[in-house]
Write a protein that binds this ligand. Sequence first.
Ligand code: T3D
Length: 261
Amino acid sequence: MSDTVRYEVDDAVATITLNRPDARNALTTDMKIELLDALRRCGSDRAVRAVILTGAGQAFCAGQDLREHAALLRAGGSPLDTVREHYNPIVTSIMTMPKPVVAALGGVAAGAGAAFAFACDFRIATGRASLTMAFARVGLSADSGASWTLQRLVGTARATELLMLAEPVSAEQALALGLLTRVVEDDALAKHVREFAGRLAAGPTASYGAIKESLLFAAGNGLAASLEKEAELQIRLGQTDDHRAATEAFVNKEQPTYRGR
Ligand code: T3D
């Protein structure tokens, strides 16, 4: 893996860092391929029980690298094929990851960068962060799941406003809108997110994965099918060590220890 996407695992928490700070971590083709690879590693490594997605320097991610995009347009290529080839699998990988994914935003998130944050399960930011649905500014619509996630986070009317006006939303506004989970002091972000992810990594991983699966399923299905999905997932979880040990711990008035299986 190159230096523009860093991947580290520490005590069951994987951290993926987009690392082109001079370009606000804008996404080149190589970075998208490496990000997808890192996400797939997180998904398949059972030792990883929570994931942090973050950006180096003053930004989370400025979305598509527009210099690369412009060069491809000039050359007569089809740069927007990247939506199917890269953006869609990246977002699918985050949203179907059977473990929690936490976005840590120390600065701006724009376009696909903001959409990646919306695909995560939690968004923790500093007051320096801002979110811009920048797609319309460059004559595009919405991608990386933003049409799906954003209106679920803030409602259709507000999502339309954010996408069409494409104005920056401050961390304070984003928190009030429900776009962020919480806002912390600038110098506390890394420590706060690491502790938060550490708490998730010590939790019932299979339960978290099934919660994600059930919410995703229910978002696209009716009540009867969603009830059936819940039954299927509860039966699966009933067979996990964590469920059995936690139930015994409750009966014995002890604190449960979750092993993630
Ligand atoms: O193929 C496809 O395009 C389809 C997929 C599209 C999905 C998308 O993500 S569309 C949206 C693309 N992103 C944007 O439109 C955001 C563009 N960037 C900005 O609006 C601003 O740069 C920011 C609000 C992100 C940050 O502003 P600021 O003032 O903190 O920094 P800056 O001075 O504008 O940028 C610093 C450097 O980063 C600068 O480079 P330089 O001049 O120092 O060499 C700037 O060009 C570079 N940079 C920032 N964003 C991008 C970028 N370089 C390439 N692509 C970028 N997206």
